[in-house]
Structures are given as structure tokens and as C-alpha cells.
Design a protein around this ligand. Sequence first.
Ligand code: 5AD
Ligand code: SF4
Length: 456
Amino acid sequence: MRFVNSFETKIKKIVKEKGLTYSIDTMGCQMNENDSSKYMGILESMGFTKTTSDKANIILFNTCCVRENAENTLFGRLGFLKQRKLKEDDVYIVVVGCMTQQRHILDKIKSSYRFVDIVLGTNSMSLFPEKLYNVLCLSRKEIEYIDVGNEIEEDIPIIYEDKYKASVSIIYGCNNFCSYCIVPYVRGRERSRKPEDILKDIKKLAEKGYKEIMLLGQNVNSYGNDFEEKYNFPDLLKDIEKIDGIEIIRFMSPHPKDFKDDLVEVIKNSKKIARQIHLPLQSGSTRILKEMNRKYTKEDYLNIAMKLKNADENISLSTDIIVGFPGETEEDFMETLDVVSKVKFDQIYMFIYSKREGTRAARMPDFVTNEEKVKRLERLKKLYEDNLPKLNEKMIGKTYNVLVEGKSKNNKELYTGRTSQNKVVIFEANNDKIGKIVKVKIDSEHLWYLKGVIEE
Ligand code: 5AD
Ligand code: SF4
């Protein structure tokens, strides 16, 4: 489906008359960040200007429901806005994203947060202008459940806050139904964007001077499974590689069960695919992986990690790990620690298991106490952080290509960027270097970042 905004002119007029503004509060993952960039694109194409949430007319919350605490965050923020909504005219509250695909959230909004104006699901962005028009001009409320469906919404305007790095969704939805995960219920079934649509978007970004692309999907290596003719994720990567101007290609997340040799081969031969692969482990215990419905074993995972390291020793790995999955024993957890000490991840996103109603794991008996889960998280964190300096030290004395992103936030004298391995580096530079790829020789490590010197 192609996005057409037939309300653009009418809304633009009102926005201009009243000088209306917007704010966006994004929770959750990079997919949500990407959706927020599209909401920005739609709003700015209608003349709204961005401001902070305490001043904005349209206050948009892009929600996440992967973990339970996000619900409290949303309702806390909504509650806080009630007074503004009661006191001021032209304040409109919009709730979009994953939470809105859950009926109980909609019921709660309808019963206890009736001042919310628009609720829009994860695959209904093209309805946003019409709903906005109905709210702004007809004083209606637009709070109905909309099924995710199978449509792909193309041509939605998009605004990136970054000038050199951009994310591009390649596949929406997920078919995997990992037993702990709510995503397949709120983002629907897998739908791959057509290669020509993706390549067109990336070419446009390259023409605008973008150097780095992050390809997004819940499971990027399912890309193309829904096509009649064979065209898969490695094929897409090869085609993106050919686009002049794009220098760095990243993607997240691939699923270990679908990480085949053809993908390793493409990564190995590519000059542009970043030497960092995010490969979610979730657990190192084959027993728990089975309970999680992940469809790979500890050995399968270690095997892929080894193949990647063999393809290029400069490849660094990052991962997601859940601790305290229902029934996770000390032995199971030790298996996770074993994988962590063997693979030596450069980055680990660690989560304590969060029960999500409606998922299979929510019905599994859970003997692990909360205290124990927190302890396991701390142990995992310690193992990871103890190993990190050793990984960083290996980089000292070597030279890396770094895309200069701008001034360092913590050290205004210096500039910052990332190596292909996604390591933050700070160094002396000047404004001319921003947006360019420079060679930086690393001279010291500081756990979360490296320091270096530009080599001319
Ligand atoms: N509890 C904790 N972590 C979860 N994730 C997904 N669902 C849950 C859950 N119920 C984590 C997984 C996934 C990441 C995006 O979020 O590690 O890879
Ligand atoms: Fe959730 Fe598993 Fe799909 Fe990732 S692959 S979104 S963890 S169900």
C-alpha cells in the first residue's frame, strides 16, 4: 500500500493558523525509533514543528510492550499529562506502537485515560493524517482497535535526526513465537518489503550523503521467505553493497536458527558490512533454548560464532541475554555464563525475564525468585565487564576506520565516532571531519570507549 496523505492541505492550514507543534516520546527498540522517524516525517510534512513534551500540542507516545515495566511508564506519563489536557486548549495526546495492539491496554485507556485522543496500532500509520484531522477539526476521539493485517505501508515520509546514519526496515512482523516474546502478537506475521522499494530508499539516502545504513527487522534473515521467487537476505545485502556512497552496512537482528553459510560468506566477502554482528543468544542452555522455542542448541550457537570469527577475526559479536526464564536452574545459568566466556561478546544487552500475558512462557511454572534473578544478572554483568578491557586492549596500537559523528558529549574538546566493530572512539578532530570516515589509531581503552589519534 502506498501512503497518500489526502488531509495534508487541510491540516497544514490549521497548523499554520495556530502554529501547532509536536513531541515524540519513543520507548523500546530500533524498530520503534524507525517508526518514530516516520511519525516525524508525517507531522513535519503537515507543517508541525518539533518541541519538548511540556510545550507540544501533539504529544505522541510510541510504546513498547516487550517488558512489563514499560506499561507503568506509559500510564505514569499519561497521568502526568491529564492536568495540561484539562487546563489548556489544543493539547492532543496520541498513543501508538506495540502496546496499542493489546486489548487490555485499549480497555484501560478507554476506562481510565479518556483524555487520550488517538490510539493507533503498529501497522496503521497511513491512517494517522485522517485521525488527526478528525480530532483537530471534528473534535472526535479515535480510539479503536485496528488489526495488524498483512499490508506493507510504503512511501511514508521519514525524517532522520542523524545526518550520516539511517535505519531502514526491511521486514516487518515475526513468525517465530519465542515462548517469552510478545512481539509476534503485536507486530503480526512476517512481511518482507520488496527489494526495489528498499534499494530505492537506500539510494536516496546515499544521494543525501548518508554513509551508514542499519537494516532492521525482528528477524532479518527471514527476509524473502514470503517471496515467490528466490531472493533472500544475502541477496539483498549483495545488492546494497553495490550502492555508491553507502560505506557501512549494519543489520539487526538475525536469528541464529536462520544463520546459514551463505550469509557468513556474504559477510566475509563484503567490504561494507560492519565487522560487528548482533546475534541474540537469549540463553546458553540447550534445555532452556528448547523451552524458549528458539530452535537451536548451545553448540549450534557456538558454531555460528566460530564461523564468523573464522571468516574475519576482526568481527566482534554482540548479543541479547534473558536471565531468569521460568525454570532456569543454576546449571542452566552456568551454561549461559559458559557461552559468554567462550564467545567474548563486545556488547551484551541483558534482561531479567518479564512475564508477558498471552505468551507460552507466561503459563510455565517459575521457581526462580526475583532476588535470584537479580543476582544472576549481576553475575552476568560482572563476567562481561571483567572481560571487556581485555577485548579493548587488543585494539590498542591498531588503526580503524571511524565515521566521525560529531563532538563528544562528555568531552567537548574531542570528537566521537564508531569503529566498524561499533566501538565508541574519541579523538581530536575538527568540524570538517564530521560525516567523513577517518583512520584512527587507538592508544588507550576506557571500558565503554577507546581513545585514539587520527592518522592523516
Ligand atoms: N522478558 C525479558 N526480555 C525479553 N526480550 C523479549 N521478550 C522478553 C521478555 N518477556 C528481550 C530479548 C530480545 C530483546 C529485544 O528483548 O532478549 O532479543
Ligand atoms: Fe520475539 Fe523471537 Fe520474534 Fe525476536 S525472533 S521478535 S525474540 S518472537
